[in-house]
Design a binder for this molecule. Sequence first.
Ligand code: GDP
Ligand code: IMO
Ligand code: MG
Length: 421
Amino acid sequence: MKLDILLGLQWGDEGKGKIVDVLTPQYEVIARFQGGPNAGHSLEFNGIKHVLHTIPSGIFHENTLNIVGNGVVIDPVIFRKEIIALDNLNVNARKNLRISRKAHLILPTHRLLDAASEAAKGQAKIGSTLKGIGPTYMDKTGRNGLRVGDIMQANFMDKYRFLANKHEEMLGHFNFEYNLSELEPDFLEGIEFLRSFIQIDSEYDVNDALKRGKKVLAEGAQGSLLDIDFGSYPFVTSSNTISAGACTGLGVAPGRIGEVLGIFKAYCTRVGSGPFPTELHDETGEEIRRIGREFGATTGRPRRCGWIDLPALKYSILINGVTQLIMTKADVLSGFETVKVCTAYNINGELTDRFPYDYDESRMTPVYEELPGWNEDLTGIRQESDFPKNLKDYISYLETKLEVRISIVSVGPDRDQTIIR
Ligand code: GDP
Ligand code: IMO
Ligand code: MG
């Protein structure tokens, strides 16, 4: 079997959690491969809305194994809270969850360093979720990090203290007040809690599953435009969010990759700082935010909203090798007289549909095509034949421009509001 990957093609929050949950019955294993609790993946069924940060979105299906891969960074405090929230819903995550020993740990001092670094940047801040993601990946690549497997070793506390001391020295270089002793009890409680979960060398488990003909889906976090190499640097996250990240984040060879499911919203959002050429600063943007309930699942921050950006989407499709597209939130666009689509950027009088190195919205003007909108409420529709004509035309238009088939259209947050084409 080959490993399928589902990942976001924009700036995150495309609806990955919902769609992974919908697709889980087709898979025996769901595995997260990068990112950490900066992610907030929402899913809804039977009137319950749930947000996951670290745990894969297959956890609500009893017969599916969920793996947190080596490429993920784990905050034991948040992890514990997530598990308790699942316990309260009578979901026994202990049974179906495995964690890679090689996944790195987010320490309280990583969170402090994230906050101190952002504060020092002032106006130029990344708009980080302040979950300690950047500093943790820095320690990973700097070969200083602590891994999940370390918590089982007798000298874990010494290792922890050594790294935390180093971080405190670093914090001394910032003009930043903090109280580590207030944060440590929760962290240590989280570590103790984490010890009771099954740790694995996930590269063996994932490859064994594939070898035995089991279907495995890798669940991405964030989105391709937040990728550390290809995103709108420096306004990105600190991991490879693209399909290649699934190879390094799970230990699966490139030749083993099967379908790459790229998910995008029928429009575009971004949370945090950074360029967003098609952002709407007007009433239309407000309307999209209101109707689409565009507020961050992790931080609650209002998401910036704008029209769909085809050059950026094409770029994401290219670097991910997307084989199928999934469009979410089509329902949110109901009622707009026209729907705009950015087809190119005008940079100094020249038109381009490439994602430029200097991705700076002040020097690029989006070029739009305007398509007729639709008024019908889509949220009750369950088959494609009931789609309004203008939505059908919008879908065909996007497929032609993007040169990839849209295989799923989502018309609401619930599991049931999903149309497989
Ligand atoms: P993720 O990070 O990619 O998993 O996405 P988030 O969960 O952060 O954000 C997506 C939001 O949109 C969540 O509140 C979902 O419940 C919701 N959502 C997902 N698909 C749809 C859809 O098709 N229509 C509407 N209206 N909401 C959706
Ligand atoms: P999901 O998986 C949307 C953004 C932050 C910030 C930048 C860097 O739910 O789609 P970080 O905390 O990683 O250092 O923040 O990336 N960001 C996300 N935006 N969805 C996410 O995850 C995000 N994870 C990080 O807002 O701009
Ligand atoms: Mg999210």
